[in-house]
Design a binder for this molecule. Structure first.
Ligand SMILES: [Zn+2]
Length: 170
């Protein structure tokens, strides 16, 4: 198993050998929090014109607002400079194309066990899910008043962002 991550260490040796800028603190320089999907075709820094140090980027399957996303956003807003939050779903998302039961069955097949209590948080449609998730952030008592939250969809193929839920302050 020693060589499972060998490619990462090889690349990292090259990275560490070159100079790289480190922001003076972990505060999000542009006050931005982004919740987006784990889809490996999304390059958040490039999509949003960011560099390391600019933003807090949270990723999970489907870009869903879960208790741990709220925990992280609360800390990002309280201690790390986040004042605006974009929840960004995307086109051609597995979480939107596969029905909930198929996602549960995939986990059961992969493990050979029934995933008791597992909820994949599948996306029925982007607009209603984003409306729900933006409201979950805005309604959270953990988020400071004045924090602005929006719901966006990123089109993988055109590269464009579309506003689905207009920015609104808590
Ligand atoms: Zn996705």
């Amino acid at each position: 198993m020693d060589d499972v991550f060998a490619d990462l260490f090889e690349a990292n040796a090259r990275y560490a050998a070159a100079s790289h800028e480190v922001a003076p603190s972990g505060v999000a320089r542009r006050g931005l929090g982004i919740v987006t999907c784990i889809d490996s075709r999304i390059d958040p820094l490039a999509v949003f014109g960011l560099v390391p140090g600019d933003a807090k980027i949270l990723r999970n399957a489907g870009a869903r607002v879960t208790p741990d996303v709220l925990r992280t956003l609360a800390l990002a807003a309280a201690a790390l400079g986040v004042t605006r939050i974009a929840v960004v779903q995307h086109t051609d998302c597995k979480m939107a194309s596969a029905p909930r039961d198929e996602l549960v069955a995939a986990v059961a097949d992969a493990t050979g066990r029934q995933p008791v209590g597992f909820e994949p948080l599948a996306i029925d449609d982007h607009a209603s899910t984003l409306t729900h998730d933006v409201a979950a952030v805005l309604d959270s008592p953990l988020i400071p008043d004045g924090t602005v939250v929006a719901g966006l969809v990123y089109d993988l193929h055109s590269g464009r962002l579309h506003t689905v839920v207009e920015p609104q302050p808590r």
